[in-house]
Design a protein around this ligand. Structure first.
Ligand SMILES: Nc1ncnc2c1ncn2[C@@H]1O[C@H](COP(=O)(O)OP(=O)(O)O)[C@@H](O)[C@H]1O
Ligand SMILES: [Mg+2]
Length: 301
């Protein structure tokens, strides 16, 4: 993790919205409860991307990205290394704002509201849209304090012991740590640390959880636990996951976006684009683009 990501993580994912203000991105803009379609009746959109591009120093790393992310679904971003998966997932909580040379173009709507609009508070965005990184990054604090940090910072109401227990249960970690909550989180295994980071994320009751290759540093057993956890969490959250593990995308996700990287005419600039976005089952069993088929069947990588 870069210094920048670490700082963002500390500033952002520990924090949380008030219960009354789960959707509004800035003070005063709240999405009316009745305005939202009921779960199950239609596919509610959490994000709508319209012709999004991200440029570093003026060179597009991804471009012409348009797709919707649906509520209570797991959306996977797959594609070869360097195609812009991390760049793209950072658009969803404005983390590219923290990279001085990065510029985001196009439109990203979050529950219908412009995520990059002038009245939007980026700090509020990162409260609502939590992120879990490739390498587990617990704070050098006790297990208890890792979870309590965000709720305390936000002044969340309720008994802190209950908040911590609930989050650790949601993170499928409670039974393993309930007798050593005051021990330093660094004493946990890598897989436990990652579940702690997920629990820390859910402790502040976000709306969306972003995960950038959350299992790539973990063994298969820990990976399986996190995959199970993701499938439980999607009842309450919308999840976007970057993975280079196609079996993982096929196992856990509902929707999959497949990206490739294209060279421009000068063969100097590489830009990622979406080849295909569809239900995961379609992407893996009946893709409409030959390049998707070649990738998911392992012909190219
Ligand atoms: N902070 C950055 N500054 C400059 N270029 C970057 C930065 N992050 C990523 N890139 C470039 O953007 C392209 C896509 O990178 P990335 O989003 O990390 O791809 P992936 O996650 O799919 O491997 C790469 O060419 C990479 O070098
Ligand atoms: Mg990446």
């Amino acid at each position: 993790m870069t210094e920048q990501e670490r700082r963002t993580e500390e500033a952002g994912s520990g924090a949380a919205p008030d219960a009354e203000d789960r959707r509004g991105l800035s003070q005063g803009i709240a999405v009316a409860e009745g305005a939202r379609p009921q779960k199950g009746l239609t596919e509610e959109k959490v994000f709508e991307l319209n012709d999004v591009a991200v440029l570093y120093d003026g060179n597009p790393a991804v471009r012409e990205i348009s797709f919707d992310v649906f509520k209570n679904r797991i959306t996977a971003l797959i594609g070869p290394s360097g195609c812009g998966k991390s760049t793209l997932i950072r658009c969803f909580n404005r983390m590219n704002d923290l990279i001085p040379i990065a510029r985001v173009e196009g439109e990203i709507l979050y529950h219908g509201e412009d995520l990059y609009g002038p009245n939007v508070d980026p700090v509020q965005v990162r409260k609502l849209i939590g992120m879990v990184f490739q390498k587990p990054n617990p704070f050098p604090k006790s297990i208890y304090d890792n979870i309590a940090f965000g709720p305390r910072t936000l002044g969340m109401k309720g008994d802190m012991d209950d908040i911590v227990e609930r989050a650790l249960r949601r993170g499928a970690l409670w039974d393993e740590v309930k007798d050593r909550l005051d021990e330093n989180a660094y004493g946990l295994s890598g897989g436990q640390q990652q579940r702690l980071c997920i629990a820390r994320c859910v402790a502040v009751e976000p709306d969306v959880i972003l995960m950038d290759e959350p299992c790539s540093a973990l063994d298969p057993i820990s990976t399986g636990k996190i995959e199970d956890l993701m499938m439980e969490l999607k009842d309450d959250y919308s999840i976007v996951i970057v993975t280079h593990n196609m079996q993982q995308a096929a196992r856990v996700s509902d929707m999959t976006a497949f990206l490739i990287v294209e060279l421009d005419a000068s063969e100097k600039n590489r830009t990622g684009r979406i080849v295909e976005y569809d239900e995961t089952q379609t992407i893996f069993t009946n893709p409409s683009d030959q390049r998707t088929e070649d990738y998911v069947t392992g012909k190219v990588g």
